[in-house]
Design a protein around this ligand. Structure first.
Ligand code: SF4
Length: 293
């Protein structure tokens, strides 16, 4: 629950505000970019939402903030309920953004995937009655894909409730030692029709991407979209091995996909050809500088 006494001076005056407990995870800026911006080390409300659309997004951000740093001076219960009901948020073709990002994964995004042979969760949101019931209405969960050790959050609770199999790479197993399906491979594997696991070590030793339907690439913290710069990005800090990360980026050139859906950072949909160009440009930017001969 946000505290008006901790309201940051960087907020514009008005109903919505961010308080000093913000961990600068970016969730609000992704969900409601018209209202929230990064100011210094925190997010702030730089434009009060006034239209129906921007108000809805601001309440979605309030609900998804992992540490409850977003508050309002006066509550609007109906708008809050409408925002709550919008989660999980449908993106396309049975792929949803869960919302309710968890502090345990530093506010990482998680996704729900509706499939006739069993639904999937990709990384974990907070364990919340609203989401549990929403997943139940859609037929529960059969698999929980864990992109890497940092974004496991409350996967164990979802696995226990739904009898779902957690999938994690052996090299990141410390984060989910009881996982039901451990990936040992370094090569990609088609584990089920339409589901391909692509190990992408670099950020962590056990980072993996999940390619679904040759359209959706769930990347964890390996790759994301920077909407300000309009380009793909990969981590340059908190990297297990930089050379390995570059090899893992290169590996993705072998695949066709249109969506990048990341744990941290924006998601994006481009044409498959534009995505390839973006990826190629990222790899070129990340090549080590050559020594003058
Ligand atoms: S979602 Fe919450 S913690 Fe994350 S940047 Fe916004 S206000 Fe800060």
């Amino acid at each position: 629950m946000a505290d008006q006494n901790k309201r940051l001076d960087s907020n514009v005056s008005g109903n919505f505000y961010v308080d000093a407990t913000c961990i600068n995870c970016d969730t609000c800026r992704q969900l409601a970019p018209a209202s929230f911006e990064e100011v210094g080390d925190f997010s702030a409300v730089t434009s009060q939402p006034t239209s129906e659309g921007s108000l809805h997004q601001a309440y979605q951000a309030l609900l998804s903030c992992p540490v409850g740093s977003i508050g309002t001076e006066r509550g609007e219960p109906v708008r809050m309920q409408e925002a709550m009901a919008s989660f999980p948020l449908h993106l396309e073709e049975g792929v949803y953004y869960c919302g309710f990002n968890s502090e345990k994964s530093f506010g990482a995004n998680s996704f729900f995937l509706e499939h006739p042979d069993g639904n999937w969760l990709i990384d974990s949101p907070r364990y919340l009655k609203h989401l549990v019931e929403a997943f139940e209405r859609k037929g529960g969960l059969s698999h929980i894909f864990l992109t890497h050790k940092d974004d496991v959050a409350e996967a164990e609770k979802y696995a226990a409730h739904f009898g779902a199999k957690r999938i994690i790479h052996r090299a990141d197993l410390e984060a989910a030692p009881g996982a039901e399906w451990i990936i040992e491979d370094v090569d990609s594997s088609q584990i089920l029709p339409e589901f391909q696991i692509i190990p992408v070590p670099g950020h962590t030793a056990g980072s993996m991407a999940l390619l679904y339907k040759n359209r959706f690439l769930f990347t964890g913290d390996h790759l994301w979209w920077d909407s300000k710069q309009q380009m793909l990005r990969a981590p340059s800090q908190q990297v297990w091995r930089k050379r390995v990360l570059l090899d893992s980026l290169q590996k993705l050139l072998d695949y066709r996909f249109e969506w990048v859906l990341a744990g941290h950072g924006d998601g994006i949909r481009l044409s498959a050809a534009a995505m390839q160009s973006q990826l190629q440009a990222l790899i070129e930017r990340r090549q080590p500088a050559r020594m003058p001969s």
